[in-house]
Design a protein around this ligand. Structure first.
Ligand code: C2E
Ligand code: CA
Ligand code: CA
Length: 605
C-alpha cells in the first residue's frame, strides 16, 4: 500500500470512527457503536473499554467488551489497564502475548481502551492517528457520564417530590405543610417536651372575614390571598417552628422549645402571636386590589396539664382542639386578636357542642317558638312588634337566643331557622289583620343575622316568602346589625335598596354597641335606628349616656331616620327619653316579649 493510500485509509478510519463518538448520550450504547466499527475497520479480535478505575472507592471497574464474549484474559486486562491508567503514559502501550497483540490507549480522566488483534500488529501510522480520536472519545464519555448523573439526580429529586405528594404532606396551594405533616411534627414535639421539659405551643390561626373576600372578589383572588398569607407565615418557619395550612383559611403554627418555665413560655408565645398579627396586617396588593387581612389566633400550650391520662394521639387531637376553641373565643369577641386556651373556654365549647346537637332537630320537633315584643309610641299605643325566638328543649330546658343564635349562625342552621321565623311572622301578620281589620298596627320586625343577610339569595328568599303569604313589603321590616354592613358595605347597600324597592325597610339594631361608625350610618339607606339597650339603662344617672342619646337623636333628625329606644325598663327612663322628643319605644316598661296568643290579646287592650 503506497503512502497516499495509507493516508487515505487512515483518514477514512478516523472519519468513520469519529462519526460514532458523541452519538447518543447513553455511554454504553455510544461505546458499543464505536467499538463495533473500530473492530471492523481495524480487523480486531476484540475491543474493550475499562473505566471507573478508582481504586480507593473499593469497587470493581466497569468493563465493556466487543464482541461481547467471555474474555479469558479479562483479569489480566483489568490489572494491566489499572496500572497503566495510574501511570497514564501519553502514548499507547503495545503488549504482545503468544499470537495476540494488545494496544492500551489511556483515555484521560476516563479509562483505558484496549484493542486486541490476532496474528498481525496494527499499522503504526494508524495507531498514532487514533490518539486524537481518543481524546475526542474521552470528552464524549465525560459528557455522557455527566448527563447520566444529572438525569439520575433529576429523577431522584422528582421521585422525592413525588413521594412527598404521594404521602400528601404538602398543601398544594400554599406549599406549606398540610394537616398530616403537622400532626407528625406535633407528635414529635409532644414526645420531646415530655422528655426535655421544654414547653411548646400550637397557634390556631383563622383569617377574619375571609369569606367576604372570597364572595365579593372571587375564589381566584381568595386563593392568591391565601398564598400571600402563607408566604408571610413562612417567615416564622425555622428549625423550631412548623407552619401548616389546615384547610380553608385556617393555619397552624407549631412552636417548639419555648422555655422550661411556663410563664416565660407563655410570654414568648404572646410575642409570637403579636408578631403574627402585625405581619399579616400589612396590606396585600393583588392586581388593583389592596386588601387588609386580620387574624384571630388561639393558643394551646404543650404539653397538656395532665398528659399522662391520654395517649399521644389523643393529646394531639386535644391540643389542636383547645387552640381551636381559644381561637373561636376571639371570633366571638369581635375578632382580630389572640387568646390562650383555659378551662372556662372548655366548658363553653362543650355547651356549644350540646346546643348545636339539639338545635339541629329543634324545628322538626317544634321546639322553637316566636314571641313578639310590642313597639309603642309615646302614648303607649302599639304600632309594631319585634319577632324574638324562643327555644325550649327537653334536655337543655329554656335556652336563651343569646346562647343559641351564635351557634345557629356558626353552624349555618340560622338560614333555615331565619326563614322559619319570617314565615311565622307572616302568618301572625295575616292572622292579626284578619282578626282586626281596622288595626293601626304597622309592621313586624324580624332579626336577620350576618350569615343570613350575606347569603346571595337572601333578598329573593324574603320576597318569595312575602309573596307566598300575599303580604305587602311595608308590613315586614328587617333588623340588621352594624356588623352586617361592616363586612361589605357596597353589597349591604345594594341589598337594602333591593328590599326597599319591594317596600321592605331595614332597621339598624343595637346601634352603639358594635363598631359605632357614623360614616357607615350615613351610607346605608336605612329607615330606622334602634338605640342599644346599654345607652338607655340608667339614662337618668349617666351623663355620658345622655350625651350619646342626644347625639343619636340629632343625627336621626338630620338624616330623617326614625329612632327607637330599646330596653326601656322604668318610668324614669321613659320620662327622660320623652322629654328628648323620642316617639318610639320598646322595653319591659311597656311589654315583655309574649307568645302569639298573649300578644294578640294585648293588641285589643
Ligand atoms: P335584640 O334584637 O337586641 O332583641 C332585643 C332583646 O332585648 C330581646 O332579648 C328582648 O327580650 C330584650 N329586651 C327587650 N326589652 C328589654 C328590657 O326592657 N330590658 C331588658 N333587659 N331586655 C329587654 P332576647 O329575646 O333574649 O333576644 C336576644 C337577642 O337574640 C336579640 O337581641 C337578637 O339579637 C337575637 N335574636 C332573637 N331572635 C332572633 C331571630 O329570630 N333571629 C336572629 N338572627 N336573632 C334573634
Ligand atoms: Ca333586634
Ligand atoms: Ca336590639
Amino acid at each position: 500500500m503506497n503512502t497516499i493510500n495509507r493516508t487515505l485509509q487512515v483518514i477514512s478510519i478516523q472519519h468513520e470512527l469519529s462519526m460514532n463518538i458523541g452519538l447518543g448520550l447513553q455511554l454504553d450504547k455510544m461505546l458499543d457503536h464505536f467499538m463495533q466499527r473500530a473492530q471492523r475497520r481495524l480487523s480486531l479480535y476484540s475491543i474493550n473499554v475499562i473505566y471507573d478505575l478508582d481504586k480507593s472507592a473499593n469497587h470493581s471497574s466497569a468493563y465493556l467488551s466487543f464482541p461481547n464474549k467471555k474474555n479469558v484474559q479479562k483479569n489480566w486486562l483489568l490489572t494491566k489497564a489499572q496500572t497503566l491508567f495510574e501511570q497514564h503514559p501519553t502514548n499507547f502501550t503495545e503488549i504482545k502475548t503468544d499470537s495476540y497483540y494488545y494496544y492500551f490507549f489511556i483515555i484521560p480522566e476516563f479509562g483505558v481502551l484496549v484493542l486486541e488483534r490476532k496474528h498481525q500488529a496494527i499499522d503504526l501510522m494508524i495507531l498514532h492517528a487514533l490518539q486524537p480520536l481518543l481524546t475526542k472519545l474521552s470528552i464524549s464519555c465525560q459528557a455522557c457520564i455527566e448527563h447520566q448523573n444529572l438525569k439520575t439526580e433529576i429523577e431522584a429529586r422528582k421521585q422525592a417530590e413525588q413521594q412527598l405528594i404521594q404521602q400528601s404532606l404538602l398543601d398544594p396551594l400554599t406549599g406549606l405543610a398540610n394537616r398530616k405533616m403537622f400532626i407528625i411534627k406535633l407528635t414529635e414535639t409532644i414526645t420531646n417536651t415530655l422528655n426535655n421539659g421544654k414547653f411548646g405551643a400550637v397557634f390556631f390561626i383563622d383569617l377574619d372575614r375571609f369569606k367576604v373576600i372570597n364572595d365579593s372578589l372571587g375564589h381566584n383572588i381568595g386563593d392568591q390571598v391565601l398564598k400571600f398569607v402563607g408566604q408571610r407565615f413562612l417567615k416564622f418557619a425555622d428549625d423550631n417552628n412548623t407552619i401548616a395550612r389546615m384547610g380553608g383559611d385556617e393555619f397552624v403554627l407549631l412552636a417548639n422549645n419555648l422555655s422550661n418555665d411556663k410563664d416565660i413560655a407563655k410570654a414568648k408565645a404572646t410575642a409570637i402571636a403579636e408578631k403574627l398579627s402585625t405581619q399579616i396586617a400589612k396590606p396585600i396588593y393583588i392586581g388593583e386590589n389592596t386588601l387588609s387581612v386580620s387574624i384571630s389566633t388561639g393558643i394551646s400550650l404543650i404539653p397538656l396539664e395532665n398528659p399522662q391520662v391520654q395517649s399521644i394521639e389523643q393529646q394531639v387531637n386535644l391540643i389542636i382542639r383547645n387552640a381551636d376553641i381559644a381561637m373561636y373565643s376571639i371570633k366571638h369577641a369581635n375578632r382580630n386578636g389572640f387568646n390562650f386556651f383555659n378551662k372556662n373556654l372548655q366548658s363553653l365549647s362543650e355547651q356549644h357542642t350540646q346546643v348545636e346537637k339539639h338545635l339541629k332537630l329543634a324545628i322538626e320537633r317544634h321546639e322553637l317558638e316566636v314571641n313578639y315584643q310590642p313597639l309603642v309610641d309615646k302614648t303607649g299605643q302599639i304600632f309594631g312588634a319585634e319577632a324574638l325566638l324562643r327555644w325550649n328543649n327537653k334536655i337543655l330546658g329554656q335556652v336563651s337566643p343569646v346562647q343559641f343564635i351564635p351557634v345557629a349562625e356558626e353552624s349555618g342552621l340560622i338560614i333555615e331557622i331565619g326563614k322559619w321565623v319570617l314565615v311565622e311572622a307572616c302568618k301572625l301578620h295575616n292572622q292579626l289583620h284578619a282578626e282586626n281589620p281596622d288595626t293601626k298596627f304597622k309592621y313586624i320586625s324580624v332579626n336577620v343575622s350576618p350569615r343570613q343577610f350575606n347569603q346571595a339569595s337572601f333578598v329573593q328568599d324574603v320576597i318569595n316568602i312575602l309573596e307566598k303569604f300575599n303580604i305587602q313589603g311595608q308590613h315586614i321590616r328587617i333588623e340588621i346589625t352594624e356588623g352586617v354592613a361592616m363586612d361589605n358595605i357596597e353589597l349591604a347597600i345594594h341589598k337594602i335598596r333591593a328590599l326597599r324597592e319591594f317596600g321592605i325597610e331595614c332597621m339598624l339594631d343595637d346601634f352603639g354597641s358594635g363598631y359605632s361608625s357614623l360614616s357607615y350610618l350615613n351610607k346605608l339607606p336605612l329607615k330606622t335606628i334602634k338605640i342599644d339597650r346599654s345607652f338607655v339603662s340608667n339614662i337618668d344617672s349617666s351623663e355620658y349616656h345622655q350625651v350619646i342619646i342626644h347625639a343619636v337623636q340629632e343625627i336621626c333628625r338630620y338624616s330623617q331616620l326614625e329612632c327607637i329606644a330599646e330596653g326601656v325598663e322604668t318610668q324614669t327612663e321613659f320620662d327622660y327619653l320623652a322629654t328628648q322628643g323620642f316617639n318610639a319605644y320598646q322595653g319591659y316598661y311597656f311589654h315583655k316579649p309574649m307568645p302569639v296568643k298573649a300578644f294578640l290579646h294585648s293588641l285589643l287592650l
